[in-house]
Every structure is written in C-alpha cells, then in structure tokens.
Design a binder for this molecule. Structure first.
Ligand code: ATP
Ligand code: RIB
Length: 305
C-alpha cells in the first residue's frame, strides 16, 4: 500500500550545540565543552524523522536568504523530503544555541528569524498543499496565527491534524485551535502551561488531557521523557513505558516521537501500535548527540528488540 502523505509545517534551524559537564548558572562561564553544528528546528526534525522512518513527507518552512538556509534546504532534499513549497524571508535563518550536560539534560535558546516570519497569508497561499495531504503535523516554533490557519484549512479538508505544542507557549493558546486538532502531543510542562494546571502525576496529566479534549482535541498523548508516554485516546488512559537506554542527549526525542507516530498512523496502524513504534524510535534518538543527526532510520528501529 502506498503510504499516505504527511505534511509538516514548522521551523528550520541550524543547531550550535556544546556538550559540557553541566549547564551554566546565570552569569557563569564554563570551560571544557565540545562543539558541534547540525540541522535542527522542531519542524525539520519531525519531517526528517517521518521521512527516515518510512513516510511520504513534504515540509513547508521559511528560511533566510543566507548560507544556513541554503544548507538546510539542501539537506532536506538529500533526505528525500519534498520542500518545493518552502519559502524565503528577508530575516536570517533560524538558529538554536544548545547546551547539553553530562546527564543528557539540555537548555536551548532559539533565534527564530525567518521562522517567525511565516504569515497567515503565506499559509493561505499553500492551502491546496495542505488540503491534499492526509496528515498535517505542526509545532509552535512558528507564529501561532499561522498554525491556527493551517489547522483550520486542514480540518475543513478532512486532514488529520497533529499538534506538538512545543516549545511550551508563554501564554494560553486560543481555544479555537483545539477544535481543528485531531491529536495533541505535549510533554508535561507543555500540557501544564496549556491548561493552567499542574500536570505532574499520571492522575493530573489525565485531568489536563481531559481539558484539551473538552476544548475539541480528539486524542492526547502526554510524553513523559524516560518514563514513556500517557495515551488518552480511548476510554481508559494507558501508559506506554520508555525503553531503558543510556541517554547522552535528549534533543529531538519529542520530535522523533511525533514524526514516528505520524508514519505509523499514515500506515493505518492502531494508536497503541503507533505509540510503541514512536517509543522505540525516540529511544534511539536519546542515545546519540545532536538533533537531526540523532534521528534513526526505519531499519534501525526494526532491528532493536
Ligand atoms: P525534547 O524536547 O527533549 O525533544 P520532549 O520533552 O518533547 O523532548 P520527551 O517526553 O522528553 O519529549 O520524550 C519523548 C519520548 O522520547 C518519550 O515519550 C520517550 O518514549 C522517549 N524518551 C525520552 N527520553 C528518554 C530516555 N531518557 N530514555 C528512553 N526514552 C526516552
Ligand atoms: O526539539 C529540538 C529542537 O528544538 C532543536 O533542534 C532546536 O533547533 C530547537 O528548535
């Protein structure tokens, strides 16, 4: 069977990562880190994950007219991703400065640049591309008005809309958005901020997921890092545990999870099977340094036990 089309609309960044013993305190300088530069951005990572894991993927992003933007588009084409509807901005391409500590914890600052320049008009201009996809996957590293417009167009065309509300929004999202969303995939911090509640236990996370469902979302999966994920899809919430691995850098774990899940759903796998596939895929990501560089291919996921 030919896989259904997955469209990712989101950010494209160049990631500058330093691995250090620990994250610096405000005002502190730490010596002894190691530097690497790679492809990143939540949108790009999710598109790359979906493609490497077997999806038929298009990616719509906006980059600057600079070498970082060109390198990013070249990379996406090399991965086999359709970027024919990607756009250019007068702003510089997005950059993320990442620090990773010895325990695989990270802190990230993003200079959004061109990502922040995606407008509602841009989205209206690509309405036919959105309407002709089967699954639309988005995050919050581009303006929320653009995300809402894309979700609305997709919803009206019968497209399955998946929202990874990352990074955690500074303020509550317009409730309208959840009317257009089929599946929301937040982590615990994100769902707490989205609902204005403290989702720090299974019970409170289930309650918070219920609030997103009441706002219109059909299904909610709360990712719990090394503890796995909480699936609120059918009648009873279910926790799918993470694989036990030695984590070195968790950057893009959530992105791999989202991309993988969309691939499995595009192949019409049942939700629990899709979550197990996403769990296996993201467990590999955390064992490697970097964002896009750390995302596994399908054969690697199929070959783990
Ligand atoms: P990030 O922002 O670091 O990309 P996130 O906060 O969006 O991640 P997480 O909940 O940390 O998302 O991770 C997503 C999924 O990745 C988890 O549900 C889990 O299956 C897997 N995962 C994350 N961390 C680990 C780990 N240390 N060991 C094994 N699996 C992990
Ligand atoms: O989710 C990981 C991504 O967040 C990184 O690649 C970085 O670019 C930031 O956007």
């Amino acid at each position: 069977m030919k896989p259904k089309k997955i469209l990712v609309i989101g950010s494209s960044n160049t990631d500058m990562t330093v691995k250090a013993d620990r994250l610096p305190a405000p005002g502190e300088t730490i010596l002894g880190g190691t530097f690497s530069m790679g492809h990143g951005g939540k949108g790009a990572n999710q598109a790359i994950a979906a493609k490497r894991l077997g999806g038929d993927v298009s990616f719509i992003c906006k980059v600057g007219k600079d070498s970082f933007g060109e390198m990013s588009l070249k990379k996406y084409r090399e991965e086999g991703i359709d970027v024919s509807a990607a756009m250019y901005s007068e702003c510089p391409s997005g950059v993320a400065l990442i620090t990773v500590d010895a325990g695989a914890e990270n802190s990230i600052v993003v200079a959004s640049g061109a990502n922040g320049d995606i407008t509602v008009e841009d989205i209206r201009g690509i309405a036919p591309v959105i309407a002709s996809s089967s699954i639309l996957l988005m995050q919050l590293e581009i303006p929320v008005e653009a995300v809402i417009e894309a979700a609305k167009i997709a919803h009206e065309a019968g497209v399955y809309v998946v929202l990874n509300p990352a990074p955690a929004p500074a303020k509550a999202l317009p409730e309208e958005l959840f009317k257009y969303v089929s599946l929301v995939i937040p982590n615990e911090t994100e769902i707490s901020l989205l609902t204005g509640t403290e989702a720090d236990s299974e019970e409170t996370a289930v309650q918070a997921a219920g609030m997103l469902k009441a706002a219109g979302a059909k299904s909610v999966i709360v990712t719990l890092g090394s503890r796995g994920s909480l699936v609120c899809d059918g009648a009873e919430p279910v926790v799918i545990p993470a694989r036990k691995v030695e984590a070195v850098d968790t950057t893009a774990a959530g992105d791999t999870f989202c991309g993988a899940l969309c691939v499995a759903l595009a192949e019409e796998k049942p939700m629990m099977e899709a979550v197990k596939f996403a769990t296996r895929a993201s467990s590999l990501t955390v064992t490697r340094m970097g964002a896009a560089d750390s995302i596994p291919f399908r054969t690697e996921v199929e070959n783990i036990n």
